[in-house]
Ligand binder design. Structure first.
Ligand code: GLC
Length: 728
């Protein structure tokens, strides 16, 4: 359709039909026979009427349903406007790859793109037009259950990986039925909820908003994401979906975004609960005024938009502009010509869990694992005969994490399956040992588990937190291993010193006791479909762990917030961190630093950082310089290392972090091999949000280091020049 034809279509629509284009319903209500639909206040909504006017649906299962939904709607819609079909495909559709927080630990944008491309193929075959992904909410508090859904506490990683996912998912043209549109979320600062509680109030400075929370959404929109979803939370007093500063000043005017804004689930209606709307009609007015195009599920727009326009409380031009953004998206997806888009049952059959997709998922599970500790225990010897696999996750299938698609656990390769596939001869004994729920106190299985451990050549202790303890609405005030897992670990570690702990969890956990007593700890997060194969290959050295923490692991929940890029304060704590230092910014009962810092992770080999060189010692406005880091594999096995660059601006017109990630690159090195990793660094990367609300960099020294957070090495300096002076 041409733009003109779209406007013609709009002109033929009634106010009710226009409002209908901005209504999104749950698909489930239409897949079976029309179930009675109840509205926000319990009134029954006419399913047939909604099916006729609605513009989009969310959450369906497969191509067959996708086609049925489209057929049912088009048969009833006099304007023959196809539905948009949307789904949460967050880390895989049928082939599940690791949770986004794990993906961040790969520090590999290319791996993110590979996984996203795999998910795109399966999503398109399923009939998905729009995925509610990427979620790029910077998260710095592991009490928040949705930290699992984002890549990192560092906005640079969220920006680069989010943009990589958008490019891989949308491809070159959305008219290609194999491509899927992205909806970036949750705009904005959803990860900054007070007390780590989901949906909670967010109150941050404009500087914090712009430097920590906004960059990743902006990067994803710059990468072409066609939709954005405002967050549930109130931001500085106004819920995002009605927040004109966010939705109009920044999104539309400053960033020039002309795509679709879709509310989160019921968020328009929640304006009443937040206390800024009198009733649902008022909520509809506020959301439309702020620029929210689609009302997800609450039907506020369905029930009240036409009336608000007739009463002159919402300008019809505003309604028309919103409808046109939705129609343009449908048109760009080619839905008027091909309403099924990529829905294809045969393609589903061929693609789902195919060997190529399983290989990608397995490689991702291997590259996102973080080796936290290893006192010579790992990798296990291949000759090992008798292995004890102990713990509540020993035979668990739910290793996919929140937002994996329903039933994903049916396809998980368990740890025993992975070990037997790799070592068919091994004698494997499994024992759960204890429960894993908060409140589990039964210790009766621990003695048996210890006995089994004592009789084994090697022990794997599979611990963690249940899959449903993280994700939406799943915040925790404590971050310890739930149930009597530490008691189990104590007994098993006493029974056999050749014990490796593997962890399955969706958030950074507090591991203090375990970190002291376990000789080896491998953080697996929720690794997805290929969990068991990845665990076996990592434990026996077929794969060499190379993950680095994309969020620090705290010693205690009391340390939060503990961003790695902290400010120095006027009384920074002097070394050593493990001793209190009165009258400095410290705790009397605990060190300041995390147990394991951002950017930390071990390998089965070792790496030496030999040199860091700068191509120049000055940098003018708009200029660039090269930083070359020489790193060598000084161990006996091949391995991958993520070379990280950090910078510090020690003196500026506002306080600046003591360390800030500037760039990262992963390199593969054989034993003895060295690489010169060259980074191009631009003056723009040193700009910050100045006192007067503008992005500036200032003349003065910049320090460049490598290593990882709180462990910076090889620091070199250069001068940022004043604007007028050129370097030549
Ligand atoms: C949920 C989530 C959002 C998701 C949407 C649709 O409440 O907040 O991330 O995309 O509803 O399922």
């Amino acid at each position: 359709m041409t733009e003109q034809e779209l406007w013609k279509l709009l002109d033929n629509m009634s106010l009710e039909e226009k409002a209908g284009q901005l209504v999104q319903c749950n698909a489930g209500q239409f897949i079976e026979n029309h179930l009675e639909i109840t509205g926000p206040n319990g009134e029954s909504l006419p399913a047939e009427e909604l099916n006729r006017v609605m513009g989009s649906v969310l959450t369906f299962e497969d191509a067959k349903q996708a086609k049925a939904l489209q057929d049912k709607h088009l048969a009833a819609d006099p304007n023959k406007i196809p539905l948009l079909l949307m789904l949460d495909v967050i880390h895989g559709l049928r082939t599940t790859y690791p949770i986004p927080l794990a993906m961040g630990c790969s520090f590999d944008d290319g791996l993110m793109a590979e996984c996203a491309d795999m998910a795109r193929k399966e999503s398109a075959a399923c009939g998905v037009h729009v995925t509610f992904n990427p979620m790029v909410d910077t998260a710095r508090d592991a009490r928040w259950g949705r930290i699992l859904e984002t890549n990192s506490e560092e906005p640079l990683i969220n920006s680069r990986m989010g943009a990589a996912l958008v490019r891989a998912t949308q491809g070159d043209s959305l008219a290609d039925p194999g491509n899927v549109a992205c909806c970036v979320k949750h705009y904005a600062a959803y990860g900054a909820g007070e007390a780590g509680r989901d949906y909670n109030t967010v109150d941050v400075s404009e500087r914090m908003l712009r430097e920590t929370y906004l960059p990743a959404y902006k990067a994803c929109l710059r990468a072409g994401a066609r939709l954005i979803m405002p967050s549930f939370n109130a931001l500085n007093g106004v819920p995002s979906v009605a927040n004109k500063h966010l939705m109009n000043d920044i999104l539309r005017k400053e960033w020039g975004f002309n795509g679709v804004v879709i509310s989160d689930y019921d968020a328009v209606g929640e304006l009443v609960t937040h206390g800024i709307a009198e009733d649902l009609k008022d909520a509809a007015r506020l959301a439309m005024e702020a620029g929210c195009d689609i009302d997800m599920v609450k039907n506020a727009y369905y029930l009240h938009l036409a009336e608000l326009v007739r009463e002159g409380k919402v300008a019809e031009e505003k309604l028309n502009a919103a409808v046109m953004r939705v129609l343009r998206l449908k048109n760009e997806l080619g839905l008027f010509e091909n309403p099924y888009h990529g829905a294809d049952e045969e393609a589903e059959e061929k693609l789902y869990l195919c060997p190529e997709h399983r290989e990608i998922a397995r490689r991702a599970a291997e590259e996102t694992a973080v080796l936290l500790k290893n006192e010579g225990i790992l990798p296990f010897r291949k000759e090992v005969k008798r292995v004890a696999l102990i713990g509540p996750f020993a035979e668990e299938t739910r290793l996919n994490g929140f937002w994996s698609r329903p039933g994903a656990e049916r396809y998980t390769v368990t740890i025993p399956e992975g070990i037997r596939a790799l070592l068919p001869e091994v004698e494997l004994v499994t024992e759960k040992g204890c429960g894993v729920e908060i409140g589990d106190t039964d210790l009766s299985g621990i003695d048996r588990a210890a006995e089994i451990a004592a009789g084994a050549d090697a022990v794997i202790l599979a611990l963690g937190e249940p899959e449903n303890y993280s994700g939406e609405g799943r915040s925790r005030a404590e971050l310890t291993l739930p149930g009597p897992q530490l008691e189990l670990a104590r007994s098993v570690l006493q029974a056999n010193a050749n014990t490796a702990v593997i962890l399955f969890n969706g958030r950074p956990l507090v591991l203090n006791g375990l970190a002291r007593t376990a000789p080896a700890i491998l953080e697996m997060w929720y690794p997805g479909t290929e969990a068991g194969n990845a665990v076996a290959r990592l434990l026996w050295g077929e794969a060499n762990p190379c993950g680095k923490l994309s969020a620090g692991l705290p010693r205690s929940v009391g340390q939060y917030p503990m961003p790695y890029n902290r400010m120095n304060t006027g009384r920074p704590k002097p070394e050593p961190d493990d001793q209190p230092a009165p009258f400095s910014s410290c705790y009397l009962d605990m060190p300041n630093l995390p147990l394991y810092s951002f950017g930390y992770g071990l390998s089965y080999t070792s790496f030496a950082y030999e040199k860091l060189e700068l191509s120049r010692r000055t940098l003018e406005k708009g200029g660039m310089l090269q930083v070359t880091v020489t790193v060598r594999n000084t161990g006996s096995v091949p391995g991958k290392e993520t070379v990280q660059l950090y910078f510090r601006d020690p003196v500026a017109s506002v306080v600046r972090p003591v360390q800030q990630l500037l760039d990262y690159r992963k390199v593969f090195l054989n034993p003895g091999e060295a690489a010169e990793v060259v980074f191009t660094v631009r003056e723009e990367q040193f700009r910050f949000y100045g006192m007067n609300g503008e992005e500036i960099s200032e003349p003065g020294e910049i320090r460049i280091s490598t290593g990882y957070a709180d462990h910076l090495i090889l620091t070199e300096r250069f001068l940022l020049l004043p604007e007028s002076v050129n370097d030549h």
